[in-house]
Write a protein that binds this ligand. Sequence first.
Ligand code: HEC
Ligand code: HEC
Length: 289
Amino acid sequence: MTTNREIDAVTGVETTGHVWDGIKELNKPLPRWWLLTFYATIVWAIGYWVVYPAFPTLTSYTKGIWNYSQRETVAKDVSAARSAQSGYRDKLAATPLDDVKKDPDLLRFAVAGGGAAFQTNCAPCHGRGAQGFAGYPNLNDDDWLWGGTLADIEKTLQVGIRSDHKDARATQMPKYGLEKLLDESQISDAAEFVLKLSGQKFDAAAADRGAKTFTEQCAACHGPAGKGMQEQGAPNLTDGIWLYGGSKAAIVESIRTGRGGVMPAWGGRLDPVTLKSLAVYVHSLGGGK
Ligand code: HEC
Ligand code: HEC
């Protein structure tokens, strides 16, 4: 290696004087702006280490001279939010369910809180938008199995449906097929009559036979015209809204098994203010009476 600097003939740039195997290295120093930026970042980093928490120590970490802590900031924000909320929570606890909507701020608080509690507790069964699934009712429409007033909804939440709560909403449709209360042809005929009630295609002769069974067996819960009865949780069979499905096969299955959907009681599990918020939220979804 020699150290003769020279001007490279091809590029016109000075070489460093380093030559390997006849290959010469051009002298291309880093641009000044780049170097200055680089040094500035080092200075910045050192400043950062000094003022902010930076390095782990054996048991803790360097706190920095500003003593900054995100954890404390969050804790402060949370406690500020809690105390802002507690005013509303106390107010909600003291306000009768029907009066909540008279106070727009309180209503907004209840709907927001109820919506959040819904996503956590109810969405797995009723869907994130409360749209429901087969066997799990849609809570947005104004078709109610057990009633759609605020008080009805709150009671449904409180005691559940066929739950283990002692005051649960408990009416159960008989398992006509499983318990051999009706034979297969009677069930099929009754289903034809339900098809007729719901305005679908039906077999006239079978539906006539089914009508008799319906009056004897079904009207007590579903009403003589099949319009349902909320005290029994018995759905309206004429409105085209089905919990389990409106095909012949689904109707036969409902009559055979009695279905008997179960909704847990939330009374002991959620605090009264959350329950109230949930009732207000569900009522606000559109179908509230
Ligand atoms: C384990 C599943 C499940 C969970 C969780 C659940 N539900 Fe239900 N819910 C049901 C079923 C099933 C029914 C219908 C029961 C029946 O067949 O009558 C129902 C019915 C209802 C009804 C009555 C609807 C009507 O038409 O009268 C309301 C209101 C309701 N649920 C609200 C809620 C709320 C609010 C929550 C959350 C706190 C919740 N549900 C959580 C399964 C569930
Ligand atoms: C003791 C009351 C009771 C009697 C009697 C009764 N039902 Fe029901 N029926 C119910 C209830 C309650 C439900 C809802 C079940 C559920 O929510 O899981 C229901 C659900 C149904 C469904 C499903 C509706 C849907 O939306 O998917 C059909 C169909 C039906 N009943 C038809 C009949 C027929 C036909 C008879 C007579 C043979 C009958 N029911 C007798 C209470 C009754």
